[in-house]
Design a protein around this ligand. Sequence first.
Ligand SMILES: [Zn+2]
Length: 312
Amino acid sequence: MFVSVCACMSVSICQVGYQMPPLWGHLRPSKHFTASLCLCADLAAFREIFSKAKNIAIITGAGVSAESGVPTFRGAGGYWRKWEAQELASPEAFARNPSRVWEFYHYRREVMLTKDPNPAHLAIAECEERLSKQGRKVTVITQNIDELHHRAGSKNILEIHGSLFKTRCMTCGHEAANYKSPICAALEGKGAPDPDTRDAEIPVQNLPRCEQTGCHGLLRPAVVWFGETLDADILTRAEKVLDSCDLCLVVGTSSVVYPAAMFAPQVAVRGVPVAEFNMENTPATMRFKFHFHGPCGTTLPPALARHETEQE
Ligand SMILES: [Zn+2]
């Protein structure tokens, strides 16, 4: 038996159109998989499912932040001075040169003062607030560290990569929110991204330090660096959401790209609809029920707006 997860077997109708690989053959068809026409970008069909969903998981990735103009420091043109993010965002880089790594994060924190949540963030936040009054739940699982979901008003957020605005003490492990600008006096005016900028070489005692009584340990950004594992508690909470959701959205990242690739398949094998909202248009080895192509700031607001069946 050959079952298509996304109902789009027709290349002529579906913009993404391609054949599903046979590995999906073991999946049992559900009512969502049996439509004869492509539902891939069928907003009305999505809205019908959305209107009945009681527990919605929204996985978000870099694309949502990119639409707010947040730099990612990856790929072409994605450099801070001479380095890409992975050369600075690691425990080894911090051990080698904490001043440089702090300059990089100081710059990223300061940049966020000039960025705002975009319509995708706002649509997600508004949806959570509205649905919560109806006893329905929305959880954001994000890899983004910029807190734009938080600033947009989302409450139920799992930041699987931590936050630019949290610090962790290297000595006592204390984690704290930190919105100071600059985060410490020595970093004021530092962190310029241009390739000719020289390292500030700030003495380690002048970098951000722990304010717990008697500690004064060196602080680091409370973000998950390359080579580090995700926070077990947050991961457990994310798994719980994914195991119980009845609709899953993948926003600003492809479902075959981390972090969604880690989470979305476990939702799909339960027969739960997964909807992607992203700029990707490449054939992938896995596809889910819906795919809405375009900037998520454009595609998401109409998808998450109040449905006619919703009570006040
Ligand atoms: Zn400490």
